[in-house]
Structures are given as C-alpha cells and as structure tokens.
Design a protein around this ligand. Structure first.
Ligand code: FUB
Length: 477
C-alpha cells in the first residue's frame, strides 16, 4: 500500500486535495483487489492486467501507438512511477510494449509520472511528460527521445524543457512545421517549439481563460472557466481543436475550437459527460484507418477508482459542421478495424481481453505473458482462420514441475476446443522452447481464446504463437 504524502498547498493542489479525499472514500468503498476482470464479453477498458491512465494515441506506419501512465495497484494517490506503451493494428487487440520510460529516465525527477504525449518528427519520437523536479519541488515538463515508437526513450536534455509548476503537456505540429507545446493546471500556457523539438523560442504565453473560450464554472471563484487540465490539441479541416478535462471534481471532457493554434478559442461544449468511477478523465483523439477514435480513462476494472484507472476507447464520427458528438463510455469499446492474421507470428502479449495473466520483459526481447494459473485465458478477437488451421505453434517456457497446457478455444473461454498443446517443464521461466499441436475446426473469423490448464501454482510463460493453415488461405486484407 502506498505511503500517503502531504500535499504542498497550491491552487491546483487545493482542488486536488478535495479530490483526493473524495477519491480515498471511493477507493475504500470498492475494496482494492488484484486486477482480475471477470466478464468475458467486454473489450473496454483496453488493458486489464495493470491500471493505466492518461491516454495519448499516435498513429504511425499502420498501427496506433498508445502512450499511457500507470497507476500502481491499490494506490490511494496519483502514485505513478512509469509510463507504458501499447500498440494495435485493429483497435481491439493491443500489444504490450512494456515500460520504455520511467521517472528514473530523468535524473532530476523525484515523483509524479503524470499525463504526457508522444509525437513523431524527423524520424524520431519525442515524449513530453510532467514530473516533479527534485531540486525545486515543482512540477516541470521533461522531454524524452527515441528512434522507435516503443523506445527505449532517453532524457533529451538532462533537465526540464520548461517549468512553471504546472502539468499535462500536449504537442501539436502545424502544417507549416511550427510546433506548439501546451500545458497547464490551473492555467493554460504554450511555447513555440523549435524544429529540434527540445528547445523553444520566445517566452511562455498564457492563454486567456475566458468564459467565452472555455465555458463557465460555478462555485469556484478561483476557477471561473471549465478548463481544468489535460489539454489535447489538434487540427482538422483547417479548424483547431482543444479538448480538455473540465471542472473538478468529478471531471468531464469538453472542447473549444479556434481559427489558429493560439486562438482565439470558443467554447463548444461537452465531449464526454462525467461517468465511470474516476474523478479525473483525460482525452486523446486520433483518426485511424478512416475512422475517428476517442481515448479516455475510467475506473471500470475490479478495484478501479480515482487512483486505479483504466484507459478505454470509443469510435465516433464528427458532425457535418465539424463539431464533436457527445460520446459515452461503453464496456464494448470500438469495433475491430480489420481481422487479425493467425498465420503470422503474434506476440502472446497481443490481447483483446486477458483474465488472470500478467506480462514481463522477455529474455528473447519484447514482452512475454506470465504468472499464468489454471483457468487463466487470453482473448484474441477476430482471428481470420479462412478455410482452416492445421496446427498451432507456441514459444513457451515453464519451471512448473508438471508444466501445463494451452487449450485453443473458439468463441469463448468455455467454447469449442480446437486444439490442445502440452507444455513441458523447460527448466526455467525464461528457458524457451517451441511446441506444436494439431488443430481442427478453426475456420472463418472467430474470437480465439488461449486458455491455460494444469495443476496449482504458475504453469507456463508464453512469448509468441502462430497457426499453420490446412491449405492455402487468402491473407486477411
Ligand atoms: O494521472 C495524473 C493526473 O491526473 C494527470 O496529470 C491529470 O491529467 C489527471 O488525469
């Protein structure tokens, strides 16, 4: 259980202190439990084996990469030590890329790995994050850089990029190449980033928080507008959008638009009403494969709440005039944007819904699934088997005396068994071997459940899997 630290008294922290008390009450109203979802029908939230928060999606080379924060299990404050990366080709099966960025990446940071955003420029990936500066005790914005969207990321500067005690950076690169970094709670500021993305020109400019620009808040003379935190800036059809967490607490998601990147902003209304057992929320919007998607967070997992949040996604369509419709939280999430090909190697940590499993860095690179008990399963949604699979191959390891087995079930965790692969004791949890078993009845496009069976205790680890077709199949398009 996390130690509760006293909060420094600032305007931001006063509202957060109230929220913290509310959140603490909510946290204990729902007893913290391990992250063990029970429902097989849901695909939202999109990650089930850890708590995630503050989504920031990025589309790159046919995949959507999702950068999130990480709430610690049983947390009673925003106790956040690292960030996580996930990716998907279809918005429902998400690959866990682990944690390529943490507080320890920034030698000058002491705490609070809060809401950031990554962008691509000139073949590099820049991840802007708020952290507490150990030397000043204030929140500052750091920037990490990598040659890959999944990292590893390194501190680009060895010091804060900018510091004014405020949080939640969002980055936007305009068509003319000028990049802007916006951030803030309780204020909203921006700087013009230079082309190197790690320095800026001119000073910090405060965006006027007018009620015309950001709506009217009642009941808090210190915060006359709805703007609270978590800005997300982008441009669509020549119109600039600023989506943000509104009011506190609980927050809802609202937005404003402007004819240019620096305003003037006009308040446009609600994107997502207050919902979902978390007193914060956080927006992230992208277009992917011809549709628009809204990412947010809630407290929907078992043990979930204001400090144990989970990222979720909904598909939406803009209204004809460019306004954003009201979007509500669902436990089904976005429809699958194209089938998954089971005849190419798939990472075991590519998951639509996981029950009981966890992940860890693999000795073979990337991540593997582990901590697997009898009855745990992984749902892989919409696998296109075509005219049929002949066999299943998996890369596995086990230190369990009797090993375990992987059942291939179709349609549900108790669905038809299409195959069963025995996994021997390999001599260690990272001592990998390849097992293959025959498959029958896996045809058409089906939800695949990798269900694990065996004795008591942990059974096996899995790094990747792949089916072999019974005959020539047309790959899913
Ligand atoms: O996750 C920590 C903080 O909570 C974020 O920085 C805010 O946007 C809110 O989601």
């Amino acid at each position: 259980m996390t130690t509760i630290r006293p909060l420094p008294v600032t305007r931001t922290s006063l509202t957060r202190a109230v929220a913290w008390v509310v959140g603490l009450l909510l946290a204990f109203a729902v007893l913290p439990a391990a992250v063990q979802p029970t429902a097989a029908r849901a695909d939202n939230p999109i990650v089930q084996h850890i708590y995630t928060a503050d989504p920031a999606p990025l589309v790159h080379n046919g995949r959507v990469y999702l950068y999130t924060g990480h709430d610690e299990d049983g947390s009673t404050y925003f106790t956040m030590k690292d960030w996580r990366v996930w990716s998907s080709a279809d918005m429902v099966n998400w690959t866990d890329h682990g944690s390529p960025l943490g507080l320890n990446t920034f030698s000058w940071a002491s705490a609070d790995a809060w809401a950031g955003q990554a962008v691509q420029r000139n073949g590099r990936f820049y991840w802007y994050v708020p952290v507490k500066n150990r030397a000043t005790g204030r929140m500052a914005i750091g920037v990490a850089v990598s040659d890959s969207p999944t990292g590893p990321f390194r501190d680009a500067l060895g010091r804060p990029l900018v510091e004014n005690g405020e949080i939640d950076p969002t980055v936007f690169v305009d068509d003319d190449g000028q990049a802007y970094l916006y951030w803030g709670n309780p204020n909203l500021s921006y700087v013009r980033l230079n082309a190197d993305m790690t320095s800026y020109s001119g000073g910090v400019t405060r965006i006027p928080l007018t009620t015309a620009g950001f709506g009217t808040r009642t009941g808090d003379p210190n915060r006359p507008t709805l703007y609270e935190e978590g800005p997300w800036v982008y441009k669509r059809n020549g119109l600039y959008y600023m989506v943000f967490a509104a009011k506190c607490c609980s927050e809802f998601i609202a937005y404003s638009t402007a004819p240019g990147p620096t305003g003037p902003w006009t308040y446009r209304g609600t994107v997502m009403p207050t919902q979902g057992s978390s007193f914060t929320n956080h927006p992230g919007i992208v277009d992917f494969k011809g549709s628009s998607y809204f990412f947010y967070h809630n407290g929907a997992l078992p043990g979930g709440g204001g400090f144990t949040r989970s990222v979720a996604v909904e598909r939406f369509s803009y209204n004809a005039d460019g306004t954003i419709p009201t979007i509500t939280m669902t436990n089904t999430g976005a429809p699958q944007a194209g089938p998954l090909n089971p005849y190419v190697r798939q990472e075991a940590e590519t998951i639509a819904w996981g029950s009981g499993i966890e992940t860890e860095p693999s000795s073979e690179g990337g991540m593997n699934v582990g901590w697997i008990d009898n009855g745990d399963y992984i749902k892989v949604k919409g696998a296109a088997f075509g005219s049929g699979a002949a066999s299943f191959t998996a890369r596995v390891a086990s230190a369990a005396t009797g090993g375990g087995a992987v059942e291939l079930r179709l349609g549900g965790p108790n669905g038809t068994v299409a195959g069963r692969c025995a996994v021997p004791n390999t001599g260690g949890w990272q001592t990998w071997t390849t097992v293959t078993c025959p498959v029958s009845g896996a045809t058409g496009t089906q939800d695949l459940y990798l269900r694990f069976t065996g004795g008591s205790g942990y059974l096996l680890n899995m790094n990747w899997w792949q089916f072999t077709p019974a005959a020539t199949v047309t790959p899913p398009g």
